[in-house]
Design a protein around this ligand. Structure first.
Ligand code: TYD
Ligand code: MG
Length: 444
């Protein structure tokens, strides 16, 4: 076999160049090219075993619950044998904390767990374990950055679960490029995943994502793994949301909710109540929306502040909702509900760092803006949801039954929605409207 050629891979876009350049010719990123060896030509293997599709799925895959309910929920019921999971998130968000807690829980349930600490020393991990009350946990620790060491430990130990923290800190001696480079990360992940599949153990790889979401790492690994979980939060918030963005073993868009405490991440079993806890009473500009987070209904507070603007082009700022959508809603409020926002800055924020991507948030955003402009609070027992169209019409959205049930469970007495048929068993009064101006008339 010929010696593999060296090529240069852009760490930003992944394109290959035959020689080093200061700037990537494909994506124009500066200083992003790193030397890697080109993969050699694959030679056909011998002794390949092909199996019939019928029967290939025999043997039900048992779930291995982590014992942390909010995590099991996003995983689709727990880990599965041979499952490869990527846990991404910004540095400092709590990935290592949660993984160590998970390892501790699994070990307490009698599972053998290997924790490969590639970023921190054994002592650092030990201290964290103490802080988390896990000092007695029978987790095996490998403070190593070497891929070969991790693979050897995996093969030797007969582990049910292996955690790699983090994949960007693992490096193979057989490859050029520093730890964290695209080639190293991809190579390490490929080998570890293959070994996990061979051994039948579940593999959890931690990966850092920067604020911009770029980075050699998680994004490039998504196709290599079965399940991708992302940690989300807003700076300064203690709430952490874990979202499944890909899951071969369950639904995506499930969300687990945690809170960072002195004793690590604590599951928040009733996130609606938590998100509602700090809601200002009788404050103009605050609307409660019955949202859906995956399959789970979640009450969130949408806040708006409308203030006089000195700018020729007043500001429209949105945190947690799409800014383009806010622009649209301001226009609809102006044209179809007669609100004068032309000289006003409009700020919208979703409390708790929650991101609302469904159009069902429209009505709550519009109601919050109208409430702030009028300087009149919305009724304290009111939730809203519904899509607003460009003609000022209100449209019904999916799963209203689940939304209403959650609102009723949290003690809300009224729901403002598009016209929908009242379903039995909903312990909440419906304020129905066909148009946005009618809806606002009912509440302000
Ligand atoms: P960490 O899990 O190290 O984040 P990541 O692995 O994603 O980079 O933890 C991040 C932060 O959490 C850190 O700033 C300290 C804080 N923290 C707590 O507040 N309580 C705790 O019990 C622990 C272990 C960490
Ligand atoms: Mg960490």
């Amino acid at each position: 076999m010929s010696k593999p050629r060296t090529i240069f891979i852009c760490q930003s876009c992944g394109s290959a160049s035959p020689k080093w350049m200061g700037r990537c010719p494909a994506c124009q990123a500066w200083d992003s090219l790193v030397a890697e060896s080109e993969p050699g030509r694959a030679a056909p293997a011998t002794g390949v075993r092909v199996v019939p599709l019928a029967g290939a799925g025999a043997g039900r895959q048992a779930r291995l619950a982590t014992g942390i309910d909010e995590l099991d929920r996003v995983l689709g019921g727990g880990l599965v044998e041979s499952m490869v999971v990527l846990v991404g998130g910004e540095p400092g968000i709590g990935k290592s904390t949660l993984m160590l807690q998970t390892a501790g829980h699994l070990a307490a349930a009698g599972r053998s767990v290997l924790y490969v600490a590639a970023e921190e020393s054994g002592r650092q991990v030990g201290l964290r374990a103490e802080r988390l009350g896990l000092e007695g946990a029978e987790v095996m620790l490998l403070p190593e950055t070497s891929l070969e060491a991790a693979l050897a430990a995996m093969a030797d130990g007969g582990y049910a679960v292996v955690v790699i923290d983090s994949i960007q800190a693992v490096r193979s001696a057989d490859m050029p490029g520093p730890a964290g480079s695209l080639g190293q990360v991809r190579n390490a992940a490929t080998h570890l995943a293959a070994e996990a599949k061979r051994l039948g153990c579940a593999l959890v790889m931690v990966g850092h994502v920067t604020k911009e979401g770029s980075l050699a790492g998680p994004r490039a690994l998504e196709h290599l793994v079965d399940t991708v979980l992302y940690f989300e939060s807003e700076p300064g918030f203690r709430l952490r949301l874990i979202r499944a963005v890909k899951n071969r073993f369950g639904a995506t868009d499930e969300v687990g909710v945690f809170e960072m405490t002195d004793a690590g991440l604590a599951p928040v079993a009733n996130p609606s109540a938590r998100l509602m806890a700090h809601r200002p009473q009788d404050a103009p500009g605050s609307a409660v929306m019955a949202a859906l987070s995956g399959t789970r209904p979640l009450l969130v507070e949408v806040q708006a502040l409308v203030s006089p603007s000195g700018l020729a082009q007043p500001r429209r700022q949105a945190l947690g909702v799409d800014r383009g959508r806010l622009h649209m809603l301001c226009a609809v409020l102006t044209i179809h509900a007669g609100l004068d926002l032309s000289g006003a800055d409009v700020f919208v924020n979703v409390a708790g760092g929650v991101k609302l991507s469904e159009p069902a948030a429209d009505l709550a955003v519009a109601a919050a803006v109208a409430s702030s402009l009028a300087q009149r609070p919305l009724p304290g027992d009111l939730v809203c949801f519904g899509e607003v169209g460009l003609a000022g019409e209100l449209r019904a959205v999916g799963r209203s039954g689940a939304r209403l049930a959650e609102a009723a469970r949290q003690g809300f007495g009224r729901a403002l929605t598009a016209r929908l048929n009242r379903r039995p068993g909903e312990d909440i009064a419906l304020l129905n409207a066909g148009r946005l101006d009618q809806a606002l008339g009912l509440i302000l």
